[in-house]
Design a protein around this ligand. Structure first.
Ligand SMILES: CC(C)(COP(=O)(O)OP(=O)(O)OC[C@H]1O[C@@H](n2cnc3c(N)ncnc32)[C@H](O)[C@@H]1OP(=O)(O)O)[C@@H](O)C(=O)NCCC(=O)NCCS
Length: 141
């Protein structure tokens, strides 16, 4: 992902989430040196990921597939890419947060071997209130 991709990325982000990341969230991630990647199909951005990789652990901050491209294996492919990247950079584990209500994402992560290690209370905005986050972990070996 580069700055030139941000218009398309932000458009996808807004089409998916009721509480989307802002353009600044993405440009700050690029500036911070996080691993920000896109997957393209037919010259169009089909999805993207943002990962913060520290020496010991990687934190998956965003994994999104544009609605027209969902359910075609891109999510799994991008997740596999992230896990490879984290392993190559020497991370021993991958962590991420997901909404308890996000059954599709939870199924994807469970199939990849992630398991729940904690809950963060009132982590996400949700309508007028808040929703907890499930913290998932995968040990890399
Ligand atoms: C979650 C998301 C990344 C999955 O990407 P995808 O490309 O649609 O998923 P894939 O086609 O690679 O499917 C991978 C697995 O996800 C699960 N899955 C995907 N779509 C599903 C659906 N509609 N219902 C139930 N499970 C589903 C299944 O476990 C699937 O494996 P299977 O095909 O062997 O059953 C994508 O739907 C998305 O961007 N959703 C909105 C944003 C989001 O929730 N991101 C994650 C935030 S933590």
């Amino acid at each position: 992902m580069t700055a030139a991709d941000l218009d398309a990325v932000v458009e996808i982000e807004q089409s998916i989430y009721p509480h989307p990341w802002t353009r600044s969230n993405f440009s700050d991630s690029l500036a911070a040196g996080y691993q920000c990647s896109i997957v393209e199909c037919g010259g169009k951005i089909a999805g993207y990921s943002v990962v913060m990789i520290a020496p010991e652990e990687a934190h998956l901050l965003n994994l999104s597939i544009a609605p027209p491209w969902q359910r075609r294996g891109f999510g799994r492919e991008v997740l596999d890419f992230v896990l490879r990247l984290a392993r190559e950079r020497g991370a021993h584990q991958v962590l991420l947060e997901v909404r308890p209500s996000n059954e599709v994402a939870r199924a994807l992560y469970a199939a990849a071997g992630f398991s729940e290690i904690a809950r963060r209370r009132d982590y996400y905005p949700a309508g007028a209130g808040r929703e907890d986050a499930v913290v998932l972990q995968l040990e890399l070996r």
